[in-house]
Design a protein around this ligand. Structure first.
Ligand code: TYM
Length: 344
């Protein structure tokens, strides 16, 4: 069995450059360089898409759109070790979630910062139980395939740690059921980073750039026209220091721009910082960032328009059949461990 690299992106709205840089790019870099040595699973967690209210009439198209985004971003779907699938087509995800739910503490879920943040924005009656226990579904997504490596942005770190906790807890009680994904620092090492990535909102750089942001003013969506994205970058919030310096804590606006510049131009952060630090024109830095963002969007959108749906659908069908079998085997082991099926 090859080690598994796995990630998913919810289909609740258009994806952003935060999603792209935090999860899609590291995943696809690995898929391109390591498929053959590793198994690569990239999926749409469609069941996760409505933990907060969405327009359901759009969901089916959004799911297909996100799958096309994976291909446009460079996922090599012609490779036999690459699997691309929709979570809800593999019923083991829901079934394992229920089992894991019964071994998960209420307090454990209640401490998840993403739940606290998201629920704080909703009226109590609209905070769904799905939002509350969605880290359990995420754990099932990972454990069903014995994934070791899970590229995610910084906001998912706590959920990944929970996945390790619940896997270890089940293994301690029932014997070796699940492969435990690598600890977060080891994940960063594997993906060649020193920490989890957090692209910030351009208007409010103390918070992350989020696809579910209400105004979208500080968010660059992958579907933004280069002109609209340029406007957003040029109106990014900076600071009153008057001199460029990379310091995410004290100068999050400028540092966020430097970060986007380094990532989209595929250059080391310290090299980009050295080029810009000490300069006094924030406008020039914004122009440079707007340029790389525009070029990226132009190229990406051209590739997106060229994605062949027939090839994608054929790949989906083959991957979903293969993954039903893999996930089914892990589910059976868990069912057997808790006494729902005869001992294996
Ligand atoms: P989601 O759909 O909110 O986000 C998808 C991925 O994008 C990353 N991300 C960011 N990275 C850097 N900067 C940002 N501003 C930024 N915003 C989002 C997220 O960290 C994530 O990696 N629960 C997950 C989806 C999921 C999943 C899984 C991921 C479901 N099952 C199993 C990995 C493995 C989520 O809601 O991500």
């Amino acid at each position: 069995m090859k080690p598994v690299i796995l990630t998913g992106l919810r289909a609740n709205n258009d994806l952003t450059i935060g999603n792209y840089l935090g999860a899609i790019l590291p995943m696809i870099d690995m898929a391109k360089s390591k498929a053959g040595e590793y198994q690569v699973n990239m999926f749409v967690p469609d069941l996760h898409s409505f933990t907060t209210p969405i327009d359901h009439a759009q969901l089916q198209e959004q799911i297909m759109h996100n799958l096309r985004v994976f291909v446009a971003a460079g996922l090599p779907i012609d490779h036999d070790d690459v699997y691309v699938y929709r979570q809800s087509y593999i019923s083991a995800h829901s079934e394992l979630t229920w089992i894991l739910d019964c071994f998960t503490g209420f307090g454990e879920m209640n401490r998840m910062t993403q739940f606290k943040d998201k629920s704080a924005k909703l009226n109590e009656d609209r905070i769904s139980i799905g939002l509350f226990n969605y880290p359990v579904l995420m754990a099932a997504d990972i454990l069903l395939y014995n994934a070791s490596y899970v590229p995610v942005g910084d906001d998912q770190t706590q959920h990944l740690e929970f996945t390790r906790d619940i896997a270890t807890r089940m293994n301690n009680q029932f014997g070796e059921l699940f492969a435990v994904p690598l600890a977060v620092p080891k994940q960063h090492e594997f993906f060649g980073k020193d920490q989890g990535l957090r692209v910030r909102d351009l208007m409010e750089p103390t918070k992350k750039m989020s696809k579910s942001d209400e105004t979208g003013k500080g968010v660059v969506f992958l579907s933004d026209t280069p002109e609209a994205a340029t406007k957003k970058v040029m109106s990014a919030t900076t600071d009153s220091f008057g001199e460029v310096k990379f310091d995410m804590k004290e100068r999050p606006g400028i540092s966020n721009l430097l970060q986007i510049l380094a990532l989209l131009s595929n250059r080391p952060q310290n090299e980009v910082n050295a080029e810009w630090e000490g300069k006094t024109s924030y406008g020039d830095l914004k122009k440079a960032v707007a340029e790389v963002v525009s070029t990226f969007l132009t190229d990406f959108q051209a590739r997106l328009a060229g994605v062949d749906d027939q090839t994608l659908l054929a790949k989906l069908e083959a991957s979903e059949t293969a993954m039903q079998s893999v996930a089914g085997q892990t589910l059976y082991k868990a069912q057997s461990a808790v006494g729902l099926r005869p001992k294996v």
